[in-house]
Ligand binder design. Sequence first.
Ligand code: AMP
Length: 351
Amino acid sequence: MITPGETIGILGGGQLGRMLAKAAAQLGYRVHVYAPEPDSVAAEVCAQFTCAHWDDTAAMADFAADCAVVTYEFENVPVPPLRALGQVPLYPNARALEVAQDRVNEKEFVEQFGGHCAPWMAVDTAEDLNDALIRIGSPGILKTRREGYDGKGQWRIAYDHEAEGIALGGQAMVYEGLVSFAAEFSVILARGQDGTIVFWDSAENVHEGGILARSTVPAGPLVSAQVDQARDLARQIADALDYVGVAAFEFFAGEDGPIFNEMAPRVHNSGHWTIEGAVTSQFENHIRAICGLPLGDTRLAATRVEMRNVIGDAAEDWAAILSDPANHLHLYGKAAARPGRKMGHVTRLTF
Ligand code: AMP
């Protein structure tokens, strides 16, 4: 067990790291953030900040020397430099990163457990894309295998001929058939070091332009009918990875059951509602899990919870939002608003 007072290392300096650091502080831990960006918003709420590139193994080793345990808030942390962590435990482990960093690895892994994905094909060349269009057809989405997020690194192909203009540029891609779904949802679990798994209620998620806009709990009847099957798959994946911490699994509610979209080996935007909307938040349970502490109660703390993201530079009246006692405002302290950038979120509870 990592005792309160010891130091938790967090790789990545975004808002997820910031919210993890706050949960760690509540339990008496000291936090050391490691991130390449000098303006990391997690760095503002931690005891120590190392600003260094991922492949700076000397900086990584110094960071590790200060930490009792290391975790990450960003799934694209490159795996090879993590060897510099030496004997310091990394939770979730590097295997979880390797699976989730590559869309093809992830789909192959999930299919081993009977998970259903949208029809897909790996695409490395223009001929592969042509083959994929013959086999799977349009409409579909071409996605980079690595490093895409919030709809970045994705090209929608409505008709086959649109594929002609896409320059693959030697990047490894995957082509997926477009799923016609009635709803999207996520399964979020926390798995402890002893293998105990707890789930939060599944949120029904609405994306706009590939970016999460809103998560609502409880989900509607269509999603609710598919949650058990999706949880079974998530549990098998977490057990197979000997996963420790919070993981999120995103699904489409298809006509014939849940269709796996992707997993995140970390706390997730569609779980932000748990800060006020559940007895124990995803952030606190992640900290508890990686420190070897018992997991907290995940039950709903309200009858209905709605989380909406504050995205880009839309001017909002914060005072007006806060004047409604049902609202809880979280702003991430990002200096520059860019289109599509997540600046904060508002959680609304109904009792
Ligand atoms: P992703 O980055 O893969 O999670 O995609 C972001 C969002 O784009 C998803 O949550 C969906 O709303 C949409 N999307 C991605 N892949 C597909 C697909 N194969 N079929 C339909 N919609 C998709």
